[in-house]
Design a protein around this ligand. Structure first.
Ligand code: AMP
Ligand code: GLY
Length: 420
């Protein structure tokens, strides 16, 4: 089997590393890939959002299966286009990817089908949004760009002044472009956050091991929201009782709701949950594997990822027994100094062997490039260092021991991954 994986971050590295355990796979391409991924797959210089050229490449090279991991190509309909030329895919069609691509869609879906989430209103006019928040007078309040914004289009306002600035950024200055045509204004929830990724073929849903992201840039949840600065799996707060409640109140109702809307979802559905005092509620849906959640979840998968992906496509997931390790994982992201705002690229990364790896951990490459056998920084999030161990504590200690030995100029990472 020849497989094309679309994307080029730590998540794609984790997917490819796992797929390679399947002995029927003779070839993996990754487009565009990155320096570290090139040790495991052939990187192809096509942008993840270049649907036409991606489909042409897959067809011309006889790809048997395609894994579309990032949100943008999913929202652009890459799966629809691949399948139109006969290439089966793992990932949702565009009409189902909207569950992430439009927060207005997902909030309305949850309201219509009684799926627990924060109370909200949607606005396409900045004055009306301001007037509503002023009248409600409840702080903090959460403002979210409707569209895709690299996980950064969420602003939490503590005062009316903050709200003014947030509305200006999202709707007038258009910091996230068209994503700010509409905004969702939402009640602020408190509680522990848990990420649950789930395999689904639209008929059944099989949750993976839970995980916990650390979204803020700095220690103790200070600083700006990022794509994610580190993760642990499983989440210590996600008990079997809570898992069962989520299955009945959130996962199954979401699957049914998407089917009822004529938008069957196949692929990886990501539930960002808040465990509030009133029970678990949805913070967000993603239509794909999370990053860096995938870097701690997939190493714990004992079953064959490629078989599961094909079952999701073929709608035979009910027949699959998916097994998980009882170990724990921790992933610490090393980012470029200044991320998520402004940062330099091109610094040499020390502490890696010729395959971009380091003993005792797995190094998932996100923003790296390889030149003359050396690795250089090439993005905001550079690498994710994952350790696996029988206990969470040990995994965290091992990951940080490697963090001490791998680095580059102006490296920035959180020191408190897994501490809360
Ligand atoms: P999202 O991109 O929707 O996951 O939001 C990014 C982060 O903002 C979440 O992981 C939460 O930490 C925070 N957040 C989003 N919505 C809310 C909410 N309604 N109440 C409290 N925190 C929120
Ligand atoms: N780590 C959060 C996300 O992938 O959206």
């Amino acid at each position: 089997m020849k497989v094309l994986v679309v994307g080029g971050g730590g998540r794609e590295h984790a997917v490819i590393h796992k797929l390679l355990e399947n002995k029927t796979i003779e070839k993996i391409w990754c487009a565009p890939g990155n320096g570290g991924i090139s040790a495991e797959a052939e990187c192809v210089d096509i942008k993840a959002t270049d649907v036409d050229n991606m489909v042409k490449f897959a067809k011309d090279n006889g790809a048997d299966f395609c894994v579309v991991t990032p949100d943008d190509p999913l929202a652009l309909g890459m799966v629809d286009q691949m399948e139109a030329v006969g290439i089966p895919c793992f990932g949702p069609h565009a009409n189902a990817a909207i569950i992430e691509a439009s927060k207005a869609f997902s909030k309305n879906l949850m309201k219509k089908y009684g799926i627990p989430t924060a109370a909200y209103e949607i606005f396409d006019n900045p004055e009306e949004a301001m007037a509503y928040i002023k009248e409600k007078n409840q702080f903090p309040v959460v403002l979210k760009a409707d569209g895709l914004a690299l996980g950064k289009g969420v602003l939490i306002a503590e005062t009316l002044e903050d709200v003014k600035a947030a509305v200006r950024e999202l709707m007038i200055d258009r910091m996230f472009g068209k994503a700010g045509n509409k905004i969702v204004v939402e009640e602020f929830m408190t509680g522990k956050e848990v990420s649950v990724l789930a395999f689904t073929d639209s008929k059944v849903i099989k949750p993976m091991v839970s995980s916990m992201d650390h979204k803020r840039a700095d220690d103790y949840d200070q600083g700006l929201n990022t794509g994610g600065m580190g993760t642990i799996a499983p989440s210590p707060y996600y008990t079997p009782e809570i898992a069962e409640r989520c299955m009945q109140e959130i996962f199954l109702p979401t699957l049914k709701a998407m089917n009822a809307e004529g938008r069957p979802f196949k692929g990886c559905l990501y539930f960002g949950l808040m465990l509030t005092k009133d029970g678990p509620k949805v913070v967000e849906y993603n239509c794909r594997f999370g990053d860096p959640e995938t870097q701690v979840v997939l190493p714990l998968l004992k079953s064959d990822l490629f078989d599961i992906m094909r079952a999701c496509h073929d709608e035979t997931l009910a027949d699959m027994d998916i097994e998980w390790s009882t170990d724990a994982c921790a992933c610490v992201v090393e980012a470029s100094g200044g991320y998520p705002v402004k940062y330099q690229k091109g610094y040499e990364i020390h502490g890696l062997d010729e395959k971009g790896q380091h003993e005792g951990v797995f190094v998932y490459h996100a923003g790296t490039k390889k030149e003359n056998g050396k690795y250089y920084t090439n993005g905001g999030r550079v690498i994710g260092i994952t350790a696996k161990a029988p206990t969470q504590k040990e995994a965290i200690v091992r990951a940080y021991a490697a963090v001490e030995e791998i680095g580059f100029k102006d490296v920035h990472y959180r020191h408190d991954i897994g501490q809360k």
